[in-house]
Structure formats: C-alpha cells, structure tokens
Design a protein around this ligand. Structure first.
Ligand code: ZN
Ligand code: ZN
Ligand code: FE
Length: 747
C-alpha cells in the first residue's frame, strides 16, 4: 500500500464563481481523498489526504480538467502532517482583510441552461434568469468578496427547496451557483408596471414584448449590465423614430440577431467571427455588412460595417423564440452621452421619452457595464470597447507593481488600478464630459478598489489640464502625482499588453492629445520605454482654427493646406464663402488657432476636400466614412516628404485639392500613402536606433484598412510588430500605459 500524505493547495486566478469548488469536491470523491476545499479572499484553498499516487493524480487533474471558465494564475503546494480526517467537505468561505480574489466577468448563457429554459418539461421553462456555475451574471451583481450570495444583489431572494437542493449538491451543475434561481423563488419579469407570472410557459411579458416589437414600437429592456433600447432592426420607421428620440446623431446602432445564421443574412461571417460571436463573452462584433442585407440606411449611416451580437441572457433568447423578427436594434439605454441606465425607477424617468414600453425585472444591477465591442483582424478579435464579459478580468503584467491608480483620458474613459502583478482595467466609463459620467467613474473606482483591496499610493494622469480625469487626479489628497504624455501612454499600453520591456519604436496615430510643447499632438513617432520617450518625428504641424468647432467641422482641418479654400468652395455649398474667409483670416492671424500634428485631423481634411464630410456629429465619423469608401483594388499612392523631424503630407494634399479621381480612389490612395509614410519613417528610425520592435497604437488604428496596410509593409521589412488585442488602441487603452509608466517612475 502506498504511503499516505497530506497536502495543501492554494490557487489564485479566476477560481471563484466558476464551479471550482464542486469540481474539486467531485475530483476528491473520485480519487477517494479526504479533506476540504474553501474560498478565501485571495482564491481557493484545498487540503487532501490519501495515498501518494491519488494525491499526485489530484494535482494533475487540477491543471488539466478544471472548469471551462476558470483560469489558474498560480498555485502553491505545501506538505502537511497527516491528520486522519474522513470524507471530503466544502467549508464556508473565509474573508481576510487585505486579500482579494479575481472575479469572473459576466458570462453568456451556456448551452445546458438554454436547453433548460426552452424545454417545456423543465421547471425553468421560459425562465429569464436561468443560470449555473458556468454562466450568468457575476461582476454586475457582486457587491463585495468573497463571492457568496449575501454579497450579491441576489441576497434578497431566498432559494426554494429544489433550488437549495441543487445549490447544496456537489454533483449538480448549480452547486454553489450564487445567482441560482427558478420561477418559484428568483427574480421576475415585469411588463411595464405589472409583474408577470413567468412559469411554466413563456411569460406574458415576453409575449407582449414580441408583439409590440413586431408592431414597430420601441422597448426599454433591462439586461445584464444595463438597459437596452430595442426595436425591430428591419423596420425603417421604428429605427428612425428611435434615432430621433434618442438624439443619437449618426452613431451606428448595434443589432442583436437570433443566431449565427441570422447574422450571416446581414453580414459576412467567417469562421473566426462566428467564434467571436458565440464565445463566452458575446461582445458586439463589427462585421462587413452584406449589400443585400435589406436593413434601413439609418441603422449605421455611412458605414459598410454593422455591429452584431448574439443573445447572451435567457431573457434575450426568449425574446427571439418564436418571434416574427430575427434582428433587433439593441442600443445602450441612455440619453446621448450619459452612462447606461441600470435602475428601474431611473429608467422610467430618463428613458420615458424614448421607449413606448418597459420590460424590466427585480434583480438589481450593482455595477453597470455596456456591451463590449470587438473588430476582427487577422482572424482574431481586437477589443475596441472593453466592458461586459471582459471586466474585471485582469491583465497579468508579469512583474510586481506598486499599488496605484491611472485615471485615463477624457473620451472613452477607462481607468486602471494595480495590485500585485495585476492591471485591473475598469469597464468603459464613457466620455468624461458631464456630471453623470464622473459619478459613474467614482462609483466604479470605489467598487474596484474594494473588490481588489487596492490602496493606491500614486495617481497617474494625462497632461491635458482640461480633462476631468486630470482634475480628479490632481485633487486627490496624499498621493504622489505622475503626469504622463498622452501618446507615450498609448505606446506604453501596447508594450504592457504585449509584455515588452526596454525600448521600442512607437507609432501613435490618433485624434488629439496634449503635447509637451503646447501643440496638439496626434501623429507621433516615438522611441519609447516605460521610463521615458524621445519624439523622433511627427506629422508636420498644421494650423487649426476654432477650438471645439474644428472637431465638428472637418473642413477647418483642410484650410491649413494651400488651395483648399478654393476646392472647399466647390464641394460644400453650405460652408459658405464668408465662413471660409473668416476661418482663413483666423489662421493667418493666429486667432483661436492651435498647431496640430493630429492624424485624425488629416483624415478630416481629406474627407472634406473630396466632399465626403464637411461636418460630423461624433469624433472619428469622417475617418470611419473615409475608410468605408476605399476602393480596395487601387494600389496607387501620392507623394510625401520627410524633412528632419517632420512627415510632410503637403505634396499629397496639393494633389488632392486638384484631384479629379473618384472619392473611393482618393480614399484608397490616401490610405496607401499614409501606410507607406509610416513604414518609411520606421525604416529611418531603425537605421538610427537599431530597434526592430514596432508598437502601433492610437485611435486611428481602429481603421482596419490602415492597420492592415501598415502591418503588411512593416512585416515585409522584417520588423517585429506588436498590436493591441485585449486592450483598445483608442483612448480606452491609455490608462494601462499610464499605470506601466507610473510604476516605473515610482521606483
Ligand atoms: Zn449555465
Ligand atoms: Zn427556486
Ligand atoms: Fe489618444
């Protein structure tokens, strides 16, 4: 007989709320081991006692058979003296101050739960809140750790006898599933103000919702991380009404479709995209729209793409079951740029003017989280907006960091906390331009500090004195303040995501960021490390008149180039001679004029000169439309100059002001030229510095055409190329870079 032994295993990673304790329990039973398992504040602890080979098999299986949503970051094993206990038990969780455990993001409904709620013989038939240890709400309902029911917004629902039995049965899929519920004991739907009985059939609320949606009415639907505003995506009248009521300018609406087949009817969906659509996170995937999709133009004006997602809660699945529609607009339930609404009362007040009806429920959302957005590039998803399904999964930076807070930027704000080796990025907060968004920022910060037990010693901020995030950082008492240049942060973010150290060539192509020379930067070539950067080159400065108006009116960006005024007088009738001359005068005298190297403004200038866009109503609109019209068969390019530290596009712009080619051809040549110029500058920087690693970052690289052309050229020249995948290239990623830089400077 083999010698008995006893060991203790400590696991850290995503090991709570993902079915790990039942897995360990079942494993120990199978191997006839005695001992216990429990959650503590830093993860999971198990002790097992038995014959040495069985203990060895236990350790093997921990790594190879663990539940699908679990992620083991590290594991510590220690030998203990035998204590002769019998049987294996799951013990109560232990909370310790100062420790933290990683929390799972919210996970889309699993196949087994979907089967439960669509099976007429199942007690959860038609039940909109079905979940198990493999799926369901997590981050959005957790108030504190350890992750146990009393610490969630499920605390107010007492489990019925059958639910309790599942919860207590280690062999059950719902063993210790904290949000476990059924129609008899759990949350319930409400149609408008009326509670709906929801079992054992499709709830009256769902049926009524389907009927109203099919008639073209607009619903506010409470989801996982907030409210959606929904209407039939094929109903042009409904879509137009929703856009008008929501005051959503021209921003594209996302669509939820019944299944992958329904997605294929609207968009080109390749294998990788299908995998992204159906994965556990269920983000909005931006896909090429089919010409024969038959959708109203109003859905995504000026776009050749469409944001598509699949149903990710039982409520969504039920909405589509037997419905007349296969695609619903599902846009964030908010007014213009405010945070997404999460509270029932608040929804009636703020969305009352938009929605005709409300489909709500009584499970509270503790933390709001918008839908995440990804694009596909080289067969992989690239995160553009990181929120539900991703947060609060941490990024392991591979080195111990001091505890700090990085406040991020202004647009698409995300902040970052550090703890141990982890970077903890917040969900998408939004544009920090109003009071409501700042409140959301502070609430989320308070929550994440609590969940991860972070006590920051320093705060990193963008150098722009006008950003609310900067003012917030500078107002924090007692912390070391570390200012970080915007584009340095972009490049450091890409480095940190890719685990790079040392110096790299950093190309940051961007809208606008505060420069250290008082100019507005945004087309930057840096030699950068976490410790600092040298600005080797930038797009040639161009005068830009009119402050905020310059972002809303792309034609102003063109006026820094010779001959543009004459051209603009021809393309955009509504700009008007007078306004053109007034802005020209401002530039000539330097009144209300800044110098900028922004790449985003270069896109604006080109879009205006070819008559595509002279005014926009959201940041980046002109660039998106310019990408959308590119003639992909065109390989021609324009000329450019490199003089010293300047990348000079005047030769290109002088051609474009006289250009007679079709806008799609000009757009193609422009993209080709920009990629060429970036490539050429990187070659020069490699010759000077010897560095062969290039990081691409900044909002302009959300443009997949430019990213693809640039990546191809750089790789062909043998550069080692690093791109964003899990962190957005836009300003939603800069907090990570700020944190990596600040950690370096604190040492
Ligand atoms: Zn499930
Ligand atoms: Zn129940
Ligand atoms: Fe930026």
């Amino acid at each position: 007989m083999a010698m008995p032994e006893r060991i203790q295993v400590r696991l850290r990673g995503i090991v709570q709320g993902v079915g790990f304790r039942p897995f360990v329990y079942n494993l120990a039973q199978r191997l006839n081991l005695a001992g216990y398992v429990l959650n503590d504040s830093s993860g999971l602890v198990a002790e097992v006692e038995g014959p040495a080979p069985a203990v060895e098999a236990f350790l093997q299986a921990l790594g190879s058979e663990h539940p699908p949503l679990a992620w083991i970051q590290d594991r510590a094993v220690t030998s203990l003296p035998l204590n002769g206990d019998r049987g294996f038990h799951i013990r109560a969780s232990v909370a310790e101050t100062g420790k933290f455990a990683l929390i799972s993001p919210d996970i889309a409904t699993c196949a087994e739960c979907l089967a439960d709620c669509t099976d007429p013989g199942n007690r959860r038939y038609g039940y909109a809140f079905t979940n198990c240890t493999n799926c369901g709400p997590r981050y959005t309902i957790i108030r504190d750790i350890p992750y146990d029911r009393p610490h969630t917004t499920m605390a107010s629902f007492a489990m019925c006898v059958p639910c309790r039995a599942e919860y207590d049965d280690p062999a059950n899929r719902r063993f210790h599933a904290q949000p476990n519920a059924c129609p008899a004991c759990g949350p319930a739907l409400m149609w408008d103000r009326h509670p709906c009985l929801s079992a054992p059939a499709l709830s009256a609320g769902i049926v009524e919702a389907q009927r109203r949606l099919a008639k073209g009415e607009i619903l506010a639907i409470k989801g996982l991380g907030g409210f959606h505003l929904a209407c039939d995506a094929r109903n042009a009248g409904a879509v137009a009404r929703l856009r008008a009521r929501k005051r959503r300018s021209d921003k594209p609406f996302a669509v939820m479709v019944r299944d992958v087949e329904a997605a294929r009817a609207l968009c080109a969906v390749d294998h990788a995209a299908a995998r992204a659509l159906g994965g556990p996170r269920h983000a909005i995937v931006i896909l090429p729209r089919r010409a024969d999709a038959g959708l109203p133009e109003d859905l995504a004006p000026g776009n050749r793409t469409l944001g598509v997602m699949l149903p990710y809660t039982p409520l969504h699945h039920l909405l589509f079951s037997g419905a007349a529609f296969a695609a619903l607009v599902m846009t964030s339930g908010n007014l213009s740029e405010e945070p997404i609404v999460v509270d029932n009362q608040d929804a009636r007040q703020r969305l009352g003017g938009v929605a005709d009806w409300f489909l709500v429920h009584n499970r509270d959302i503790y933390m709001r989280a918008d839908d995440s957005v990804v694009r596909m590039f080289e067969g992989e998803e690239r995160v553009m907006r990181r929120s539900r399904g991703y947060v609060p999964q941490t990024l392991d930076l591979g080195r111990e960091l001091p505890e700090l807070l990085a406040c991020g930027g202004e647009l698409k704000n995300v902040f970052c906390l550090t703890k141990g080796t982890h970077a903890i990025l917040s969900q998408h907060i939004g544009d920090l331009e109003n009071y409501e968004t700042l409140v959301f920022f502070e609430e989320t910060l308070g929550n994440l500090k609590k969940l991860f037990r972070v006590a920051p010693r320093a705060v990193a901020y963008d150098l722009h004195p006008g950003y609310l995030s900067t003012k917030y950082a500078l107002g924090l008492p007692g912390l070391e303040k570390i200012g970080v240049q915007h584009h340095h942060a972009h490049i450091a973010s890409c480095m940190a995501e890719n685990g790079l150290t040392g110096e790299v060539i950093g190309v940051a192509m961007d809208g606008t960021g505060y420069g250290v020379d008082g100019a507005i930067w945004g087309g930057e070539f840096l030699v950068a490390s976490y410790a600092g950067f040298t600005r080797r080159a930038h797009l040639r400065y161009v005068p830009l008149a009119g402050g905020d108006a310059a972002v809303r009116e792309p034609w102003r960006s063109a006026l820094g180039y010779a001959g543009a005024a004459e051209r603009l007088a021809g393309v955009g009738g509504h700009i008007g001679e007078q306004r053109l001359r007034a802005v020209q005068r401002m530039i000539a005298t330097g009144t209300n004029t800044v110098m900028t190297s922004s790449c985003g403004r270069l896109f604006d200038a080109v879009a205006a000169l070819i008559g595509l866009r002279t005014e926009v109503n959201f940041e980046g609109q002109a660039a998106i439309e310019l990408e959308a019209i590119v003639d992909e068969s065109c390989e021609e390019r324009y000329a450019f100059d490199i003089g010293g530290e300047e990348l000079d596009f005047r030769p290109m712009m002088e051609r474009i002001v006289k250009e007679e080619a079709a806008p799609s051809v000009v757009a193609a040549r422009f993209h080709n030229t920009l990629a060429d110029a970036i490539h050429e500058m990187c070659l020069r920087m490699r010759r000077e510095s010897g560095h062969n690693r290039v990081c691409l970052s900044g909002g302009t690289f959300q443009n997949m055409r430019l990213l693809g052309l640039t990546a191809r050229a750089l790789r062909a020249s043998g550069f080692e190329l690093f791109l964003h995948r899990r962190v957005p290239p836009n300003d939603g990623g800069i907090a990570l870079g700020q944190a990596a830089i600040a950690a370096q400077r604190m040492k």
